[in-house]
Design a binder for this molecule. Structure first.
Ligand code: COA
Ligand code: THG
Length: 581
């Protein structure tokens, strides 16, 4: 089928559906929701069999849904309606939620139901649920709906009418007053719920040490205590705030009413040293086992000759200091007896490369970009040069740009099936990229493969990445199953008598590669391009970064996504189009 995605943006759910439906053999073209007339134009140009709205915030115009079948992917169970479905699910503390594919008509989210798939609500933020449970359920629901569309006689289900004549259960968007915290009254569970329901957007309005802010990314803390509401500790940029019955870590803040400094940044950076002068930094060693609840970004664990390193960096973004801390943890892990080392990344993201928000916040963003990419490169080089251990990147979550190439620095790359990779930099203002990609990518995919992957700037599903040679193994079902299998396989590898042979072969290859062309010269060549990207006349990277971090709405759909807008694209004859039943 020819399917048009009508969406607010190419977010993670849209990307995942894009790779899944293409894998099923469908042709997908994408149109960003910019204006009703532009949407109508896209439908006229493409004449899709079906329109899917994976992430849409505005009504589809009647002129579109009257003539073309349109499906809305709604992050709520059958009958649930409104723009804040997940927020309400978290606030209400429901255990079971769902994703529904419903047909667009005049009344928002009240159309006939094509499929609905349930999921269990994990205690996590809205964005984390969205990236994992909602995305998996959405894939299932859309696949089910597509099967039903092909099933003769299948009729989508009408919502039962309520006694008052309305359909389903409409729940409005949340007002700021419903997203507050009373630090004297609310216990830890309520504080967590409030922050999680508003995370990543819009955050909970609050005041910290006299500064009006929005709070993001909260984690429970079971050891530290203090007067409710006071800031009792800092750790790697996060603050710990006491509640009535415990404490929570808040990792990110955004100031309110301060013009263009509306970036979401580490809490301590937003508050500043003066406000935090009397607050102690309480570190947590990555190797120390923690009994109760706490928050830390980097965690190391050695089990039976296998070292596991996880790095839970917010949104997968890796700032200069985070790269350095990770490198330090890696060196310490290397000093253990573990023979197999597994890089686990975070649960939601493996890595998204440079920390664009932190860069944007610096007075000199070019210098900050340079420092950040140098730190990424130092880390990548250390992984490549780890020649006495077997190194595995195990991707539980998505990776993008430099984060993908960091993963390729390992000897093997394993992936959870639902992972989406964006192994290219071009979307960030034609950035050339570094992280030794010019060494790491060709050795896996060849020169032809490099042109395809870096040039077409599209997301790859785990299976496609494996077919392309980017990934070695796709395994497991859900996140827990993947984690189990990674552990079992890594331990088997560590016990395999052949491991020493593999490691010797790898040393041999590294020496040969180095003799042919030293790693340093790959880096130099990449950084020469990066110097132009950061300091040259063409400001594309700085413009793209600004637009990205400030979430500037799209003004057009790029041609690599909008097939129907390419020159020479031709719509099929009108009678080939599917119309609404
Ligand atoms: N450096 C810095 N930040 C980076 C980064 C990098 N290299 N790479 C990614 N990020 C950040 C983005 O800025 C974004 O930040 P924020 O969400 O904390 O502000 C975040 O990582 C995620 O990136 P995004 O591109 O937005 O992908 P996503 O699909 O994972 O996000 C949302 C999910 C935004 C849709 C989710 O937050 C949400 O609100 N979902 C609700 C569901 C909904 O509204 N559905 C529509 C109704 S039908
Ligand atoms: N039919 C049609 N178009 C649609 C839907 C549909 N477009 C997408 C939509 N479903 C997804 N769901 C919603 C539901 C409600 C709102 C937006 C998307 C909504 N928006 C408020 C507004 O636009 O003023 C503000 C939302 C807010 O408070 O944040 O109510 O079924 N044809």
């Amino acid at each position: 089928m020819r399917i048009l995605f009508l969406t607010h943006g190419f977010n993670s759910l849209t990307q995942r559906l894009f790779v899944e439906l293409r894998r099923l053999g469908h042709e997908i073209s994408i149109e960003f929701d910019i204006h009703d007339r532009v949407t109508e134009e896209a439908v006229t140009l493409y004449r899709p069999d079906l329109v899917i709205a994976p992430y849409l915030k505005r009504p589809i115009p009647e002129r579109v849904w009257r003539h073309t079948l349109c499906w809305i992917v709604h992050p709520g169970p059958q009958g649930d309606r409104g723009p804040a479905a997940l927020d309400w699910a978290i606030l209400d503390g429901v255990r079971e939620w769902g994703v529904t594919v419903l047909q667009a008509d005049a009344e928002m989210d009240a159309g006939d139901v094509w499929a609905s798939v349930p999921f269990t609500v994990r205690p996590a933020s809205k964005s984390s649920l969205y990236r994992r449970e909602v995305t998996e359920a959405a894939v299932q629901a859309v696949r089910l709906a597509l099967e039903r569309l092909e099933t003769p006689g299948f009729r989508p289900q009408r919502l039962p009418r309520n006694p008052d004549g309305t359909l389903g259960r409409w729940r409005p968007g949340l007002r700021a007053a419903q997203r507050t915290i009373d630090w004297e009254q609310d216990d830890t569970a309520i504080v967590l719920r409030q922050v999680r329901a508003a995370d990543g957007s819009p955050g909970v309005r609050d005041e910290v040490l006299g500064l009006p802010v929005r709070l993001f990314n909260a984690w429970p803390e079971s050891e530290l205590r203090g007067e409710p509401g006071t800031v009792i500790a800092t750790r790697d940029g996060a603050i710990c705030r006491a509640t009535r019955d415990g404490a929570v870590w808040i990792t990110h803040l955004r100031t309110v009413d301060s013009g263009d400094t509306v970036l979401k940044l580490p809490a301590t950076q937003v508050l500043g040293t003066e406000r935090l002068r009397d607050v102690p930094e309480i570190p947590s060693d990555p190797f120390d086992p923690v009994a109760g609840d706490t928050w830390r970004e980097i965690e190391c664990r050695v089990v039976d000759d296998v070292g596991f390193l996880s790095f839970e960096f917010h949104n997968g973004a890796m700032a200069t200091d985070q790269c350095r801390r990770l490198l330090d943890a890696w060196q310490r892990l290397r000093a253990t007896d573990a023979r197999v080392l597994v890089l686990l990344g975070g649960e939601d993201f493996w890595s998204n490369g440079l920390h664009l928000h932190r860069i944007e916040a610096e007075a000199n963003s070019a210098d900050a970009s340079w420092a950040n990419i140098e730190a990424m490169n130092d880390l990548t080089r250390t992984l490549i040069e780890t020649d006495d251990r077997w190194v595995i990147s195990a991707l539980r979550g998505n990776a993008g740009a430099g984060g993908v190439f960091l993963a390729l620095a390992a000897d093997e790359v394993w992936c959870r099936p639902g992972v989406v990779l964006n192994p290219h930099y071009k979307n960030m203002g034609n950035l050339h990229g570094s992280e030794y990609w010019s060494y790491l990518l060709p050795r896996r995919v060849g020169a032809e493969g490099v042109r395809g992957i870096m040039g077409n700037r599209l997301p790859l599903g785990a299976q496609e990445a494996r077919d392309a040679g980017l990934v070695d193994r796709v395994m497991g079902g859900d996140a827990a199953d993947f984690a189990r299998r990674v552990e079992v396989r890594a331990r088997a590898l560590a016990q395999d008598p052949e491991l020493a042979v593999r490691i010797r072969a790898k040393q041999q290859r590294r020496r040969q590669d180095e003799a042919e062309k030293p790693l340093a010269s790959y880096r130099e060549a990449e950084m020469a391009h990066m110097r132009l990207n950061f300091y040259g006349f063409d400001p594309s990277y700085h413009v793209a970064r600004y637009n990205f971090v400030h979430r500037v709405p799209h003004s057009r759909t790029p041609l690599h996504l909008a097939l129907h807008r390419r020159i020479g694209a031709r719509a099929p004859a009108p009678d080939a189009a599917r119309t609404n039943p």
